[in-house]
Design a protein around this ligand. Structure first.
Ligand SMILES: NC(=O)c1ccc[n+]([C@@H]2O[C@H](COP(=O)([O-])OP(=O)(O)OC[C@H]3O[C@@H](n4cnc5c(N)ncnc54)[C@H](OP(=O)(O)O)[C@@H]3O)[C@@H](O)[C@H]2O)c1
Length: 263
């Protein structure tokens, strides 16, 4: 019960890591605000949550930036505060640069980057007024290095690090802590909904995602990291080695990436 009576807002709570986070925080006694586009899936998640905390569903498309003030207003009206905002909603990519329409690059940046900074900016004044809070951002190991066929996805996740590392120092004195979360392969629907170059969904469960860490395990690590108010956390298995290669032997990593199957 490490988060008893804390108000935790999770975006992308209708499946995968966000859904698992909802269950994990519910077990910790938190009150939950759950956001995603699919209302029925959110309702199912809400019903499956065990724990004494209250729940509020706020279904909306996070790229509808004009709606953010209304959503935040509804959250504040309902709970009076947001203690932890978990920016988790995201979309991945499966396409080479030259086959990716610019509208798809933009869409990925809208979901993974602009909606995240917009919602954060809308929630922050309330946290500052209360004298504290936590912002979690679900980035990726691909926020630290890049793979082929995910150029816009990698760019969007790298951008989050630049932005939130800067914000971290700006809001520290207000008692606000920022945690950047970098998962490796996690078994979710992420590859199913990943965008192809023409904007269609990839629609396939990729092998490495299928063999990835269970979302529940990832969620447990995230909850622990937030409890410890960590600045950045890597949640991965053997793929974590690429982080060290990027840092200490970047040429080796580039050579490995050139061998990745491009189809
Ligand atoms: N799985 C992995 O291997 C992995 C690795 C590193 C990082 N991540 C990151 O983890 C986060 C969660 O992904 P996941 O793996 O759990 O995939 P997922 O199962 O596909 O979940 C994605 C979530 O984001 C929501 N979402 C997507 N677009 C949205 C939009 N425009 N507005 C509102 N909600 C939206 C989806 O809900 P609706 O469709 O209902 O809107 C869903 O709840 C993402 O940021 C992803 O980049 C995943």
């Amino acid at each position: 019960m490490r988060f008893r009576n804390q108000v935790v807002w999770i975006t992308g709570a209708s499946s995968g890591i966000g859904e698992a986070l909802a269950y994990a925080f519910a077990r910790e006694g938190a009150h939950l605000i759950l956001t995603a586009r699919r209302r029925e899936r959110l309702e199912a998640v809400q019903h499956a949550c065990t724990g004494a905390g209250k729940r509020l569903l706020l279904p909306f498309d996070v790229t509808d930036l004009e709606y953010h003030p209304t959503a935040v207003g509804a959250a504040i009206e309902h709970f009076g505060q947001v203690d932890i905002l978990v920016n988790n909603a995201g979309v991945s990519q499966r396409s080479l640069v030259l086959e990716t329409d610019l509208s798809v690059d933009r869409r990925i940046m809208e979901v993974n980057y602009f909606s995240v900074i917009a919602l954060t900016k809308t929630v922050l004044p309330y946290m500052i007024e209360r004298g504290g809070g936590q912002i979690a951002v679900v980035s990726s190991l691909l926020g630290k290095f890049s793979t082929p066929r995910q150029s816009a996805y990698c760019a969007s996740k790298h951008a989050l690090h630049g932005y939130f590392d800067s914000l971290r120092s700006e809001v520290y004195a207000h008692g606000i802590r920022i945690t950047l979360i970098c998962p490796g392969f996690v078994r979710t629907e992420v590859s199913m909904h990943a965008l192809r170059g023409d904007g269609q969904e990839h629609g396939q469960l990729d092998e490495r995602i299928a063999k990835g860490m269970p979302a529940e395990v990832c969620a447990r690590h995230i909850v622990n990291a937030l409890h410890k108010r960590k600045e950045e956390v890597y949640i991965a298995r053997s793929e974590k080695i690429a982080l060290y290669l990027k840092r200490f032997a970047p040429g080796w990593l580039s050579a490995l990436m050139r061998r990745v199957n491009l189809r």
